[in-house]
Design a protein around this ligand. Structure first.
Ligand code: GLU
Length: 425
């Protein structure tokens, strides 16, 4: 059946795109999705490639490549982060944009999906270079973004400061402050309380629901977290506060392991001071590969895509995977995990806390009325646990795994919107 669908154009055809697409195809086939809608969802609606010339501190001009992809806008303005990383390419950005469409649809937000990125290494760039890069990139994608159009946010390699520069660049062109053009901004210019921690917090809300549903007690449960950025470090901290023993963490260079449990607050201070886990006295050094294979109750991949593959899926020794990162599991690995009975909560559900609180931030910006942090965290808890339980029950009734159940729920909502809106012209 799938053979008669169009093949993927070479510009998008990357491993991440193929993975996300094959998940979409499998779910679309399962749900007997209208073929005309299916065909449309397989490709992004718009993709913009830009060159971003930047005067480096040396005086030389370096030309970077940047992208902004809007996958589907049937449910509302498109939404999604901007990634600064050396491995960024159009296919990856398009795959991540498709993921955002599915994520927003799944948790019931009035958004379509988008993603942006620049191929660069932000770790080797000065603050001035990053600012010039961000401002020129924002200028190049200006025709595509806006509070009613497409709303960027932080992702791997970007943060609230980058969002402040994007907001300022956009606002300078308009002549007045437009806080709603980006989310994940600093609080003082219209950011939301709780946004910075939202993805990690959401991962832990989901984890606690998984434990409750599977009848696993938090006391005695252990967790391993791969990645110690905005998602991993926050998730590790909140897991500890829920009484779960975090026994392993890592950043892009290396990891730390201690079966008696790591002191996460101490690790955060150490990493802040030394920028590495190297030499940390409270645990043994461990490679990123070995970290994923540690025996534990909960594994949280919260780094990059393609970490759990056909090569290592058979060696994983966790009971549950909660995907903090986007696309950390390849399609082949997913099949192995299913056979092995490992309970996996997919990215579009597990890490949706970020975009959920981005939505709250955007609503506050549009209303110019700001909420208390408790209100935000309570609403996040309600939205994410409702979505989780809906998917959990659907997966149990239909006897399908959580990824398929999440995809199908998202696709159904998109299909309704597409059908009722029709095809223009
Ligand atoms: N980059 C985050 C994600 O992948 C957040 C996106 C947003 O808040 O728009 O979900």
């Amino acid at each position: 059946m799938i053979e008669t669908l169009q093949s993927v154009p070479p510009e998008f055809d990357t491993p991440t795109y193929r993975d996300v697409l094959s998940q979409l195809d499998a779910a679309a086939e399962w749900v007997h999705l209208d073929r005309n809608i299916w065909k449309r969802l397989r490709l992004p609606q718009r993709a913009l490639c830009v060159t971003v010339p930047v005067r480096m501190d040396s005086g030389d001009v370096h030309v970077f490549q940047g992208f902004r992809v809007q996958h589907d806008s049937s449910l509302g303005p498109t939404k999604g982060g901007v990634r600064y990383h050396p491995a960024v390419d159009l296919g990856e950005v398009a795959a991540l944009a498709m993921n955002m469409t599915l994520k927003c649809a799944l948790v019931g937000l009035p958004y379509g999906g988008a993603k942006g990125g620049i191929r660069c290494n932000p770790k080797n760039m000065s603050r001035g270079e990053l600012q010039r890069l961000t401002r020129r990139y924002t200028t190049e994608i200006l025709p595509l973004i806006g509070p009613d159009h497409d709303i960027p946010a932080p992702d791997v390699g970007t943060n609230d400061q980058v969002m402040a520069w994007m907001m300022d660049t956009y606002s300078q062109q308009r002549g007045y402050a437009v806080p709603g053009v980006v989310t994940g901004k600093p609080i003082c210019i219209g950011g939301s309380l709780g946004r910075e921690e939202a993805t990690g917090r959401g991962v832990v809300y989901v984890t606690m629901e998984v434990l409750r549903r599977l009848g696993i007690k938090a006391e005695g449960a252990t967790a391993v977290v791969q990645g110690f950025g905005n998602v991993g470090s926050v998730a590790a901290r909140f897991l500890t506060s829920q009484g779960i023993r975090v026994i392993g963490v890592s950043d892009s260079a290396c990891g730390v392991y201690n079966n008696r449990g790591l002191n996460v607050a101490d690790l955060i201070s150490y990493k802040k001071a030394k920028h590495t886990f190297e030499g940390y006295p409270g645990g043994e050094r461990i490679t990123n590969e070995a970290l994923l294979e540690l025996p534990c109750t909960i594994l949280v991949p919260a780094a990059l895509s393609g970490q759990i593959t056909e090569d290592n899926a058979n060696r994983l020794q966790c009971r549950v995977i909660v995907e903090g990162a986007n696309s950390p599991t390849t399609r082949g690995a997913d099949e192995i995990l299913k056979e092995r009975g490992i309970f996996a909560v997919p990215d579009i559900l597990a890490n949706s806390g970020g975009v959920i609180v981005s939505y709250f931030e955007w609503v506050q910006d549009l209303q110019k009325y700001f909420w208390k942090e408790k209100e935000i965290n309570d609403k996040l808890h309600e939205v994410i646990t409702t979505a989780f339980n809906k998917v959990f029950e659907f997966s149990a009734t239909e006897n399908i795994d959580m990824r398929r159940a999440s995809m199908v729920n998202a696709i159904k909502r998109l299909a309704d919107a597409h059908l009722v809106r029709g095809l223009y012209p």
